[in-house]
Design a protein around this ligand. Sequence first.
Ligand code: HEM
Length: 230
Amino acid sequence: MSDATLTAPVGRPTKQTVMIYTRYERFWHWSQAVLIFVLAMSGFGLHGTHGLVPFGLAVKVHSFAAIALIVLWIFTTFWHFTTGQWRQYLPKLSGLPAVIRFYAWGILTGAPHPYTKTLKRKQNALQSLAYLSFMVIIGPALWSSGIVYLTYPWWAHAAIGTIGLPAVAFIHTAAAFLMVTFVMIHVYMTTTGKTPTHYVKTMITGYDTIELTAAEAAYLAEEEREKPRL
Ligand code: HEM
């Protein structure tokens, strides 16, 4: 869909239930969630925070899940660039103060959310900023330190007697704490929709009711008509 088609101001906007999260988007979101949960449980198990998983098993599970997550991230990065969806993460800073004011205060007084989801902009400014920091800071800090950690047997001879390994372990554990903090805030935020489960349902079904410009509605109706009947 070209930008020109999407923004042409033809007729009045309408509210419609449309697919905003494609099948691949939902697949990578939920598989990433499961893998991060498994990595956090096994990682903090081998770190000694809890004793729910034996050390040897925790190392094995952690290594397999880490490789699976890295493969998923490679595919998903490719998907973001080939579909142009990476633009969704560019935060529009002008909208940020209003969204922060809403979460700090307005949410407690029942104020309306200052942002409405559109097809071109599925996330509000705060969400884009949070996901951007997830993708450019927390994610890379974890996988880069994790890969260095994983390859320790190859560089152990050079690191003996240095702070090499403790430094890598420190960066990895610090990033893991940031990841857990991110996930906790993220899960809380998912409960702040029209109902506590509204956003979760949207990420499961892919559908949400949003305002469409007349041009977007016409485009989607046309696309629906042209779909091959299987
Ligand atoms: C994404 C790629 C990741 C890779 C390649 C990776 C790799 C590793 C490796 C090799 C270890 C050391 C295991 C051992 O001692 O033999 C480790 C430890 C650990 N990982 Fe990961 N990991 C990744 C993601 C994560 C995630 C997402 C979390 C948590 C949210 C996490 C949390 C931890 C923790 C807490 C430790 C223990 C650190 C310590 O006490 O030294 N990791 N990781």
